[in-house]
Write a protein that binds this ligand. Structure first.
Ligand code: PGA
Length: 255
């Protein structure tokens, strides 16, 4: 799994259906002759089918922004992993910090969501972890990352070529306009890698995991993130809402 880096666009709840379709078309055109690495776009739920049609026959994958852990049943408002596959998704963001902040999602729930996603053959979870400002300021980041990984992934049996993407997203950097310093990201990714190695063994981590960074990446600061160790790609919010800007970010990382 290691060979290709991935750049994932997270459009959050920032665009309505018409704007989403328009941006997806622009991105499709912009990336027409682009065949490096992997690309994925995560629009809102109601746009998945339309964006899926636009991305058909491109090498840009479709992703969702959230998933519920049960398969079917009386869970008003929720969407299951198999429904996402049916809608054409190959990726799904799990436990984004905005959901942890505004919807009280916790790592017990995130753990169940990851399990539900891994039960689908071709659906890859993008598991979000990351410390808040207070935790960083008080030097607790390493423990927070370790603890979040343990809670999210403990007991999972990773088999075959099942893929898991860990998105390191320091909460204080998301949407702030200021990304983390590249050296600090490299350090945090090392902590994540060592923790995963401990939990699953180096071979599984090398084959099945990617570690990507998210938080205020744009076409200017992306240059610092191109040659870092254990940096397998990016999760991009704001900068993915403009086709040209997103192209610059993706082409800086995917070579
Ligand atoms: P941002 O968002 O790039 O706008 O900071 C990233 C994310 O929340 O995934």
């Amino acid at each position: 799994m290691k060979s290709d880096k991935i750049v994932i666009a997270n459009w959050k709840m920032k665009l309505n259906l018409a704007q989403t379709v328009d941006l997806a078309k622009k991105i499709k055109t912009k990336f027409k002759n682009f065949n490096k690495g992997e690309l994925a776009i995560c629009p809102n739920f109601i746009s998945l089918l339309e964006v899926g049609k636009i991305l058909k026959d491109t090498n840009i994958a479709l992703g969702a922004q959230d998933v519920f852990w049960e398969e079917l049943g009386a869970y008003t408002g929720e969407i299951s992993a198999s429904m996402l596959v049916e809608a054409g998704c190959s990726y799904v963001i799990v436990g984004h910090s905005e959901r942890r902040q505004f919807l009280m999602e916790n790592y017990e729930m995130i753990h169940k969501e990851i399990k539900a996603v891994l039960a689908q053959e071709d659906l890859t979870p993008i598991v979000c972890i990351g410390e808040n400002w207070e935790e960083r300021k008080t030097d607790r980041r390493d423990f927070v990352l370790f603890d979040q990984l343990q809670q999210a992934l403990s007991g999972l049996n990773i088999v075959g070529d099942q893929k898991i993407i860990i998105a390191y997203e320091p909460i204080w950097a998301i949407g702030s306009g200021t990304a983390i310093e590249p050296a600090e990201a490299e350090y945090a990714h090392k902590i994540i890698k060592l923790t995963l190695n401990d939990m699953f063994g180096m071979k599984t981590v090398d084959n099945n995991f990617k570690i990507i960074y998210g938080g205020s990446i744009n076409s200017e600061n992306v240059k610092g993130f191109t040659n870092l160790e254990n940096m397998d790609g990016l999760l991009v919010g704001g900068a993915s809402l403009d086709a040209n800007e997103f192209y610059k970010v993706a082409s800086a990382i995917l070579k």
